[in-house]
Write a protein that binds this ligand. Structure first.
Ligand code: 5GP
Length: 363
């Protein structure tokens, strides 16, 4: 595990509110006792549950969104994520993550006087208030050489981490709301917003609703990454690949023609092993598209797993195909993981491998 921790790493797929620790969630939930907003007996078991299905994960996100309805809470969560409760950035920094792309869905809540803009401002306020690690979140003002040079401190070395933001469009939103998010991202570019993500429950909505906003984002120079193929949906997957986003996340349920298209397009894939296994999006690590045939089970023949082994040349197996991939946490709080744990998981499951960060083209 040590080598996984000591290696400088980049994290490109981390949802802000998915990175909140269970303990902080419980703390926030308790803060709402008696307000009538939430019945703790109804949500406690969801927060405390270890293995959550996709449906339960999204139920948890609904709860998180209730907890993040006012500016103070958003700022507090963002700040606490770093400073007190979740220590997300500190955790990533102490895990030797040197470059972090954090994504979050700007939320509007009229009753709390919160707009998408003030949500993002609150997130930025949280980032600014971090003092325990050096955080660079304004582009073009850092000396990139110093990234790997530890700063001397009194008795310890201060960590330094570059953070960039992606604004997410939730698949429950309207086309207008998505466009508002893209315009906000453009305005916020000077403050470290570099791109747009499409996420949210994969069985909800039609991604074409967001095509005008996504196209506009791309025309205006924002990077676009899409959650793609989390559930089987052949037409959507093909159309998403045709769109040629800068990256895609997950890519679990691609079919042969999709694998061919993905590999020839060289679109980098954000791989979230623990997330895929914990939500049962992939039924076993041994058939994960990172590498289909795992070395720790040499006795298992592919014929026993796939009905048509001749088609394997078109299957996942992204590592062997030298496809650009990057290991990511997805929701480190929800799935109790870290980037080092993801590297360890990959090494234990697939044997020794070299890492290539072709996906860093978003920088
Ligand atoms: P937030 O955007 O509120 O900071 O982070 C939580 C949100 O990210 C969730 O409500 C959901 O929309 C999105 N999200 C987090 N994890 C996943 C995932 O594994 N798949 C998809 N499709 N969306 C996710």
């Amino acid at each position: 595990m040590e080598w996984c921790v000591s290696m400088p790493k980049v994290e490109l797929h981390a949802h802000l509110n998915g990175s909140i620790r269970d303990s902080t969630l419980l703390d926030l939930t308790e803060g709402l006792i008696g307000t009538g907003v939430i019945d703790i007996s109804e949500v406690e078991h969801i927060i405390k549950k270890y293995n959550r299905s996709v449906a339960e994960v999204f139920k948890l996100f609904d709860l998180i969104h209730i907890l993040t309805t006012d500016h103070n809470t958003v700022t507090r969560i963002t700040k606490e994520v770093w400073l007190l409760g979740c220590h997300v950035v500190e955790d990533f920094a102490s895990d030797n993550v040197v470059y972090l792309e954090l994504r979050t869905t700007p939320k509007r809540n009229d009753s709390a006087g919160m707009s998408k803009r003030s949500y993002v401002e609150a997130v930025l306020k949280g980032l600014r208030s971090i003092t325990s690690v050096d955080v660079d979140f304004i582009p073009h003002c850092a000396d990139s050489k110093s990234l790997f040079t530890p700063l001397p401190g009194i008795g310890h070395v201060r960590k330094r981490i570059y953070v960039r933001l992606l604004l997410s469009i939730d698949r429950r939103e309207t086309a207008e709301a998505a466009m508002e998010t893209v315009k906000l991202a453009l305005e916020m570019k000077p403050f470290g917003v570099i791109g747009i993500d499409l996420s949210g429950h994969p069985c909800i909505g039609d991604w074409t609703t967001y095509l005008p906003a996504l196209k506009f984002a791309r025309e205006q120079g924002l990077y676009v990454t899409l959650h793609c193929g989390e559930v089987p949906n052949s037409k959507e997957i093909k159309n998403m690949l045709d769109f040629r986003p800068q990256r895609i996340g997950h890519a679990c349920h691609l079919e042969d023609e999709h694998w061919r298209q993905l590999k020839s397009s060289k679109i980098p894939v954000e791989i979230c092993l623990t997330s895929n296994i914990r939500t049962l999006t992939i039924r076993s690590i041994h058939v994960h598209h990172f590498e289909l045939y795992t070395k720790i089970y040499p006795g298992i023949h592919l014929k026993n797993i796939f009905s048509e082994p001749d088609d394997l040349v078109d299957a996942g197996d992204l590592y062997k195909a030298k496809h650009p991939i990057v290991l990511c946490t997805d929701d480190s709080g929800v799935f109790s993981t870290s980037l080092s744990k993801e590297y360890k998981f990959a090494a234990d499951s697939f044997g020794r491998f070299h890492f290539t960060f072709a996906a860093s083209n978003l920088n």
